[in-house]
Design a protein around this ligand. Structure first.
Ligand code: AMP
Length: 460
């Protein structure tokens, strides 16, 4: 399938051509015709699937056919959970609309409000906003929605996780009822479904992948390790694998600062990005990371949301998130747009419950690889997927089976082959790595990346 088969207008096709997009991604193939036809849409789409273009392109097309916005009003409102995501969505909108005469603006907190108020005076065809700052602007009468035609709730699950539901409800109460509403979410919880029932009008549901699924192009595994050894193991992995650019997730702001200092001490150029830093400091850290000045960007979940870094080869979970869905979001930073990527988690024994929750969510048991010299003293207990525990056979049945088997084979222990192999420190290796320590498994090569187009070309 091509973009022109989706009935997109020439200026949009030209900008897609300039961006090097050849084939619409699965979410784009489904969402674009529906949005063009005027339906409300509720889409389950992970990050990296091309969802931004999926909603922006048809909206821009429809906006280009209508009237100009009146002063201080917006024709399309896109709500996003974080400043970084808002900025990124805005940049995408600008890119796709480069050949159309449409105005777009972005507003978020952490920077001065006055310049944003000034910019809004002329009105905007597209306004991308985070909920808190938008409410401030609405209270100051800097923006109104009397001309609103489209509302997009981007990464809706994340907005709810971040406690934005009351703000979203306050904003939505001020919007005209007659509008087209689109809701995008990586995960579909009950509260998301409730939100859609309340604010969407007979939405068409789009699901391109299983909800909560992780991208198939991302290779995932864990390194069991003692907590105290994590910084040393991470530095070792960075050097051993010659990772030039990696995103490292930690749970807390303090943890982010501490780890970035620890890496710097070990000669690895690192920087941190978290909610405790000013927007300017966050932008600077991101720019330095993108330009290659900084090798490891240590981020908290909130700050990392919305970071779009092309061809991010490696994501490391230095701490496992305690909300399992965050794991899906975190590793969505690699393998974006069909690229290949690696998602590696350093897991200590006290994180076993988080590991279990993650594996149950993604319905996948993560391969365990122990690195020589970093064998944990506190063993990470075994984890099995919920509902996949092998049932212990009934005693009578077991006796019968044994009798049957001893009739077939003489002597020997029939169960031997099914016993898990144990490696060092009681580590139970899965059959995939047969309990071996992993040094051999870790390739020094950087993961190669196929172009996104090629991947999507193949699919379509
Ligand atoms: P998103 O999921 O919207 O954050 O998009 C992820 C990445 O895919 C962004 O870097 C986009 O520029 C890129 N992208 C979106 N659509 C396409 C496409 N059809 N072909 C190639 N790349 C795309």
């Amino acid at each position: 399938m091509t973009f022109s088969e989706l009935n997109l207008i020439q200026p949009l096709l030209d900008s897609l051509n300039k961006s090097g997009y050849k084939t619409p991604s699965p979410i784009q193939q489904k969402a674009i015709p529906l949005i063009l036809s005027g339906s409300d849409v509720m889409a389950a789409a992970q990050t990296g699937t091309g969802k931004t273009a999926g909603f922006s392109l048809p909206i821009l097309q429809k906006l280009s056919e209508g009237k100009k916005p009146s002063p201080n009003s917006a024709r399309c409102l896109i709500l996003a959970p974080t400043r970084e995501l808002a900025e990124q969505v805005h940049q995408s909108v600008q890119k796709y609309a480069s050949d159309l005469s449409l105005k777009s603006q972005v507003v978020y907190g952490g920077v001065k409000i006055n310049p944003q108020m000034l910019k809004l005076r002329k009105g905007a065809d597209v306004l991308v906003a985070t909920p808190g700052r938008l409410l401030d602007l609405m209270e100051k009468n800097a923006v109104n929605f009397k001309d609103l035609e489209f509302l997009v709730l981007d990464e809706a699950d994340r907005m709810l996780d971040m406690g934005f539901l009351p703000s979203i409800k306050r904003i939505l109460a001020k919007l005209p009822k007659k509008r087209q509403t689109l809701l995008f979410s990586a995960t579909f919880s009950e509260s998301i479904k409730k939100l859609s029932q309340q604010f969407l009008n007979n939405p068409v549901l789009i699901e391109t992948e299983r909800t909560n699924a992780t991208a198939t192009t991302v290779k995932q595994w864990i390194h069991p390790v003692d907590k105290k050894q994590k910084a040393a193991l991470l530095s070792y992995l960075i050097e051993e694998n010659r990772w030039h650019q990696l995103l490292v997730f930690v749970r807390t702001r303090r943890g982010a600062n501490r780890l970035s200092l620890a890496l710097e001490k070990r000669g690895i150029k690192a920087s941190s990005i978290h909610g405790g830093k000013s927007q300017n400091a966050r932008n600077r850290a991101l720019a330095e990371f993108k330009s290659g000045k900084v090798q490891a960007l240590v981020a908290t979940d909130v700050a990392a949301r919305g970071l779009d870094i092309d061809q991010m080869p490696v994501v490391v979970n230095y701490d496992l998130p305690n909300v399992a869905e965050d794991y899906v979001h975190r590793i969505g930073r690699t393998g974006r747009a069909g690229e290949k990527g690696s998602a590696i988690s350093l897991v200590s024994a006290d994180e076993v419950d988080d590991l279990r929750a993650i594996q149950d969510l993604i319905r996948k048991q993560l391969e365990r690889i122990i690195i020589d010299d970093f064998e944990p003293h506190h063993v990470v207990p075994e984890t099995e997927l919920k509902g996949e525990k092998k049932k212990k056979p009934h005693k009578k049945k077991l006796a019968k089976a044994k009798l049957k088997q001893s009739g077939k084979k003489s002597g020997g222990s029939q169960d031997k082959g099914s016993q898990p192999k144990r490696g060092k420190n009681g580590y139970k290796g899965r059959s995939a790595n047969k309990g071996k320590t992993a040094k051999k498994k870790l390739s020094k090569k950087k993961p190669t990346s196929k172009s996104a187009n090629k991947i999507w070309d193949k699919k379509s």
